[in-house]
Design a protein around this ligand. Structure first.
Ligand code: MN
Length: 240
């Protein structure tokens, strides 16, 4: 069995409030990763760029194993810490990572999903849109424990506090899942600048609008800007 044909598009935007874009993305030969950098004085950009550059080593590979994504997170974490040590102006920088690698495992096409932090990966099939990552954030933990509803979490003052990030000592524990990949699957990888502005119903509707992945990516970013654009906005749309 060979990998099904894939098309993809991406867009990233500083938004309407921030003065620079600390998000980074990689969309290349089966590897689709978004990183949302954190840290003052442009350091977040450095951390996000390091993270996507480490994942780039998986691009174009015929077969990738889930453990290799764990290795990428560990290596990105070590590199962010090393650069923070060497360049004091970047001390304390960090980044999220979320996304997928499309690969063959035992001859069958699979999505390997990886996540650290509060960027997100969604899968849209004939059954609808489903989020495939769990935010590593204070509010998500409160939702999972039953103390907040998802609607309350969306407006909570501490909704931006992440509980795991790349650039931490000890290193963060990433989530990795393997999902079967089928013709017709749509994947969305995005930073919280999208999901803080648009609810899942709106995202589902825009993904289903019938545009090319590049058109849909551009529309998602534009709609997040129209909704306020309070943060950097980054999206990758993949169509199998
Ligand atoms: Mn963000």
């Amino acid at each position: 069995m060979t990998l099904p044909a894939v098309t993809f598009g991406s867009a990233t935007d500083v938004g309407c409030v921030r003065d620079h874009n600390e998000d980074a993305l990689l969309a290349q030969a089966g590897v689709f990763i978004v990183a949302d950098g954190m840290g003052g004085h442009a350091a977040g950009e450095v951390a996000a760029a390091i993270a996507v550059s480490v994942f780039a080593r998986l691009a174009g590979r015929a077969e990738v194993q889930p453990d290799e994504l764990l290795d990428c997170v560990a290596d990105a974490n070590a590199e962010v810490l090393r650069v923070s040590d060497e360049q004091p102006e970047t001390a304390g920088m960090g980044t999220t990572v979320s996304g997928v690698v499309l690969t063959l495992i035992d001859g069958a096409p699979q999505w390997i999903v990886v996540n650290v932090g509060d960027s997100r990966t969604y899968l849209r099939t004939a059954e609808g849109l489903s989020r495939r990552t769990i935010d590593h954030s204070e509010v998500e933990e409160l939702v999972l424990a039953g103390y907040l509803t998802p609607a309350e979490a969306r407006v909570h003052p501490r909704r931006n506090v992440v509980t795991r990030s790349i650039g931490s000592d000890p290193a963060p524990l990433p989530d990795v899942w393997v999902l079967p990949a089928s013709a017709g699957d749509q994947l969305l990888v995005c930073s919280d600048g999208l999901t803080n502005e648009l609810d899942d119903g709106t995202i589902d509707q825009l993904l289903g609008s019938g545009g090319t992945p590049q058109e849909v990516a551009a529309v998602l970013v534009e709609r997040a800007r129209l909704a306020g654009g309070h943060d950097n906005i980054t999206v990758i749309v993949v169509q199998l």
